[in-house]
Write a protein that binds this ligand. Structure first.
Ligand code: SF4
Ligand code: SF3
Length: 550
């Protein structure tokens, strides 16, 4: 096998024997085969769209099928075999519709591929992977950019899936996903052509995050600063993990009046900031545990049912597998998958029954809390105060310390960095990397908290809006603001967000804990020359350099 799509890739240069995430070579092969048939489906879908043939169902399927191949999402071979069959069925169906429309066949021969279902899909996937990887023996820099596009598109597809769940879709997003997938099969694109496609991934990701933001804010209201208890209440309990706020709401709806308290985990912490969710469901109590990589400890201790939506799932341990349930693109062989109800929505009854069977919390613990909900509306609502504080010299600098968390010890950099930020500076944060410092009391500057949780990784959209508004207020560009971005990455959503920041021309981003293995030295030097993108150094060195910027 070969996979290098995430930050924890083995020895920093690719998982070859077994995934550091727990993915087996067999699952990797069927994931590669699934992505291959999706690349074959893409030009056919594009042709259909040109002819005005509806691809709505295929658009949604494509995003979910891509999403399932991301790091820590789905480890179930059957899921990918099923996706391969569905992709081919969609492709053949659209081809038939195109023929009926009387259009000449102009798609590439690749779109006729069909695996031999009597033979192992694993060995066929391995062959396909080798063919794709052989392109890396030609121009390594072009191959590096192709992988950047492929991984960035995975991030975009995941956000598009979440946005779609709340009725927010844009044909331009699906169109570009197909264009990028189809481009991956072309051999005649130059290095500059690939740079342009990678930046376009960033542009489309910005639009996709905007759709997701519109979905969340129109459904649940704009986040407001909200205290979130970290202590539990006595009684039966359900823990909801992942990124999916509508699924959290579905669980809240189905547990009304059942005497169950619902807790968030991981990237669902910012859900507490949405006013309509808090007002409607008083049994949404607090947050439990920290980032995804601590789930084996957190889940084992939780005395109720646990539902994991989307990502990030680790291979479950025996001591909590019986109380763990999956929903949506996420999955693991043998794991309890939430069934669909008669209304076409997930029916959480098995998880609710499990929560009622389990003891729940038998004792209260001491009250502790963190704050969330500092998204664009909340921060820009006090923009005058912020601007005044900057002008008066009370706020010297803003740091956006955001991104993913992970298991490696070198991620302590981010904790140390935040601890060392001087007292006249503000820290904005987002995504699961914040769990390295989210419960630190950094105090406030003239009533403005020094640690502001903007939200999930997709709320990078909100952080961008805050930066643009501040730049406009000061009459400068974003790069001239006293703002530095210190980012941590782990999986492919972070790749998409990074491409968005580069598309917007943001300079001087510091990226860690290590640079992506799929970025070749020449591509890295191009990024450092054009955008001054750099790897993190030490907290002291980076802080000094950022503060010297002004
Ligand atoms: Fe390795 Fe990451 Fe790929 Fe898993 S997703 S196999 S850890 S590179
Ligand atoms: Fe985290 Fe998976 Fe990236 Fe959404 S939960 S940020 S890693």
């Amino acid at each position: 096998m070969f996979c290098e799509q995430c930050e924890q890739t083995a020895s920093g240069n690719g998982c070859h024997q077994w995934g550091a995430c727990g993915k087996s070579p067999e699952v990797n092969a069927v994931q590669d085969l699934s992505m291959y048939v999706l690349r074959g489906l893409a030009p056919v879908a594009l042709r259909a769209r040109e002819l005005g043939i509806s691809t709505t169902e295929v658009d949604r399927f494509t995003c979910e099928a891509i999403f399932a191949t991301m790091t820590n999402v789905n480890f179930d071979r059957d899921r990918f075999s099923n996706d391969i069959r569905r992709a081919i069925a969609y492709r053949e169906d659209i081809k038939a519709q195109i023929q009926q429309a009387g259009a000449p066949e102009t798609w590439l021969p690749i779109s006729c591929y069909e695996p031999d279902y009597n033979e192992s899909l694993v060995s066929q996937g391995q062959e396909i992977s080798l063919q794709f990887l052989s392109q890396g023996q030609g121009n390594v820099d072009i191959f590096s950019l192709k992988l950047t596009v492929l991984y960035g598109i995975k991030g975009v597809a995941s956000y598009a899936f979440h946005a779609m769940e709340m009725g927010q879709e844009d044909g331009a997003v699906y169109q570009f996903i197909y264009e990028a997938l189809a481009a991956l099969e072309r051999q005649n694109i130059t290095l500059n052509g690939w740079v342009a496609i990678a930046l376009k991934v960033g542009e489309i990701n910005l639009r996709t995050m905007e759709l997701l933001d519109a979905g969340h804010t129109s459904t649940y209201g704009h986040p407001t600063p909200t205290p979130v208890p970290l202590n539990h209440k006595t009684g039966k309990a359900i823990l909801v993990s992942g990124h999916d706020i509508p699924q959290l709401e579905a669980i809240l709806t189905q547990t009304v009046g059942k005497g169950i308290t619902v807790y968030t985990h991981g990237e669902l912490l910012p859900a507490h900031g949405y006013p309509r969710l808090k007002e409607t469901y008083p049994h949404l109590h607090g947050h439990y545990g920290t980032a995804w990589q601590n789930q084996t400890k957190d889940f084992a201790k939780f005395p109720g049912a646990i539902i994991i939506t989307t990502n990030c799932l680790m291979p479950p341990h025996d001591n909590y597998e019986h109380k763990l349930f999956s929903v949506g693109p996420v999955g693991y062989p043998g794991l309890n998958a939430i069934p669909m109800g008669a209304d076409g929505h997930p029916d959480f009854t098995p998880a609710i029954n499990k929560a009622l069977e389990l003891p729940g919390f038998t004792e209260e613990d001491a009250p502790r809390q963190v704050m969330t909900g500092f998204a664009r509306n909340a921060v820009l609502g006090v923009a005058d105060k912020v601007i005044e504080a900057v002008k008066a010299g009370q706020i010297r600098h803003f740091f956006l310390v955001g991104g993913c968390d992970g298991a490696k010890p070198d991620r302590n950099y981010y904790t140390e960095f935040v601890e060392k930020v001087p007292e006249d500076c503000i820290v904005l944060t987002l995504a699961c990397g914040k769990f390295r410092f989210f419960d630190k009391d950094l105090g406030n500057i003239g009533g403005i908290p020094r640690l502001l949780d903007v939200g999930q990784c997709n709320d990078a959209y909100s952080a961008i809006q805050i930066a643009i508004a501040l730049a406009n207020a000061f009459g400068v560009g974003v790069n001239e603001l006293p703002l530095s971005m210190i980012l941590s990455w782990y999986e492919q959503k972070a790749v998409a967000v990074l491409l968005t920041l580069l598309y917007l021309g943001i300079q001087d981003i510091r990226l860690g804990p290590t640079l992506p293995a799929f970025i070749s030295p020449n591509v890295m030097s191009l990024l450092s020359q054009t955008y001054k993108l750099k790897p993190i150094a030490t907290p002291d060195e980076d802080l000094a350099a950022c503060l010297a910027k002004g």
